[in-house]
Write a protein that binds this ligand. Structure first.
Ligand code: PHE
Length: 372
C-alpha cells in the first residue's frame, strides 16, 4: 500500500475543509475509532515482526501527517473566524450620536446624585452598608432590644431561621438606612460626617408605600455637636435641594429609640395648580401662612448615647445628630410625580418623561436639578 499517497490525499482534503464542522468530520473519518487511519494502525497487531518493522513507521508517519494537517487547518480556520468577527464587530466612533438619546437616568439616581453633591459641599462623604442585614445592626445596636415595641412598627422581612448571622442573630432585609450609622462608626470611628443613601424594605404596599423604597441617612459625630447644627444642616440641605430660599422648617418633638431627643421635621407648602391643570404641593413658606400647611418630611435627632456606646465610641467624648429621609418622597416633591409605584414599574414611557439626561450631571454651580 502506498502510505505516502494516502497521506497526500488526506492532507489535500483537510486543506480544502472550509469550516470547523467539516474539519471535525474529516478528523472522525481518519482518526476516529472507526477511522481509516485507525484501522490501518490496528493491522499492525496481525503482522509478522519483520513486516511490522517495515510498515509500522509508515503507518505511524501517516497518522502524524494527518494529525498535523488537522491541527494546522484548525488554527487557520480559527484565526479566520476571529478576523471575521473583529471585522463585523467594529464600532465606527466617527459616526454622529443618535438624535434621540436611548436611555435616561432614573429620578431616584438623579436625586441621590444631587444629595451627594449638596452634602459633599458640606464636607460629608457617602457611606454604604448591606441590604441583607442582621438583627443586631438593624435593631439592637440602635437601642431596640429584642422585646422593643418599635421593632413591630417596621414590618420587617425576615429570612428563615436556617440563615443565621455571624453574630448569631437573625438575618433580615434592612428596614431603614440607620444600621449604616452603626457600621460606619465601628469601621471609621469619630469624627464623622456621612450620608448613606440606599434601598430599604418593609412589608407595606399602596399608592404611597412600596415594599422596597429608598432612604438617605445623615450622620455627624464630633465634639460639642448640638441641635442647632442639625437644624442648620437640614435647612441648608433642603434649600439647596429644592432650589428655593423660602423653605421653612418646623421641628416637633418625637420619638425614635436611636435618637434622644428626637425631632420630626415638617416643611411648609402651598397647593398650586400645575401646567397640566392638576393640583400639586409646592414647598416654600411657613405652614402657618394663609393658604399654606405643614407636611411631615423627615425624622431626626441627637444620636442616643446608647447607640454611640454600641458603636464602640466613648459617649463622654462624642455626640452627634442623625436624620433619615425618603429619597423617593424627595423626588416626588421636587419633580411632581404623584404615584410612587410608577417609580418601580420600569415603564419606558414614564422613564422617558421623568428621566434625566446622562449628560446632566448635578453640580452646585450649575444648579443641582437642572433639567436638560
Ligand atoms: N430610621 C428612621 C426611619 O426609618 C429615620 C431616622 C433616621 C430617624 C435617623 C432619626 C434619625 O423611620
Amino acid at each position: 500500500m502506498d502510505y505516502e499517497k494516502l497521506g497526500q490525499e488526506a492532507t489535500a482534503r483537510i486543506a480544502g475543509a472550509d469550516s470547523l464542522d467539516m474539519l471535525e468530520t474529516l478528523r472522525v473519518e481518519f482518526l476516529g475509532k472507526q477511522g481509516s487511519v485507525s484501522a490501518l494502525l490496528k493491522t499492525l497487531g496481525g503482522m509478522s515482526p519483520d513486516e511490522r518493522k517495515e510498515t509500522g513507521p509508515k503507518i505511524h508517519g501517516l497518522r502524524e501527517t494527518v494529525s498535523d494537517a488537522l491541527a494546522s487547518r484548525k488554527a487557520d480556520l480559527e484565526a479566520a473566524a476571529m478576523e471575521a468577527r473583529l471585522a463585523s464587530e467594529t464600532v465606527d466612533l466617527s459616526l454622529p450620536a443618535p438624535e434621540q438619546a436611548a436611555g435616561t437616568v432614573h429620578p431616584v439616581s438623579q436625586v441621590m446624585d444631587e444629595l451627594a453633591e449638596i452634602f459633599a459641599d458640606l464636607g460629608f462623604s457617602v457611606a454604604t452598608g448591606p441590604e441583607v442585614e442582621d438583627d443586631w445592626h438593624n435593631f439592637t445596636a440602635l437601642n431596640m432590644p429584642e422585646s422593643h415595641p418599635a421593632r413591630a412598627m417596621h414590618d420587617t422581612f425576615y429570612f428563615g431561621e436556617d440563615r443565621v448571622a455571624p453574630n448569631g442573630g437573625r438575618m433580615l432585609l434592612r428596614t431603614h438606612t440607620s444600621p449604616v450609622q452603626v457600621r460606619t462608626m465601628l469601621e471609621r470611628g469619630a469624627p464623622l460626617r456621612i450620608i448613606a443613601p440606599g434601598r430599604v424594605y418593609r412589608s407595606d404596599s399602596d399608592a404611597t408605600h412600596t415594599p422596597m423604597f429608598h432612604q438617605v441617612e445623615g450622620l455627624v459625630i464630633d465634639r460639642d455637636i448640638h441641635l442647632g447644627h442639625l437644624k442648620w444642616t437640614l435647612e441648608t440641605f433642603l434649600k439647596a435641594f429644592f432650589e428655593r430660599e423660602d423653605i421653612v422648617l418646623r421641628l416637633r418633638p418625637s420619638y425614635f429609640p436611636f435618637t434622644e431627643p428626637s425631632v420630626e421635621v415638617d416643611v411648609g407648602f402651598a397647593v398650586e395648580t400645575g401646567p397640566d391643570g392638576k393640583a400639586r404641593r409646592v414647598l416654600g413658606g411657613s405652614g402657618d401662612e394663609p393658604g399654606h400647611a405643614w407636611m411631615e418630611l423627615l425624622g431626626s435627632g441627637m444620636v442616643n448615647a446608647r447607640v454611640i456606646e454600641f458603636a464602640g465610641l466613648d459617649r463622654a467624648e462624642w455626640q452627634g445628630f442623625a436624620f433619615g429621609v425618603g429619597v423617593d418622597r424627595l423626588a416626588m416633591l421636587k419633580y411632581g410625580m404623584d404615584d410612587l409605584r410608577a417609580f418601580f414599574d420600569g415603564d419606558v414611557r414614564w422613564l422617558r418623561h421623568y428621566g434625566f439626561s446622562a449628560f446632566d450631571q448635578p453640580t452646585l454651580s450649575g444648579g443641582v436639578g437642572a433639567r436638560a
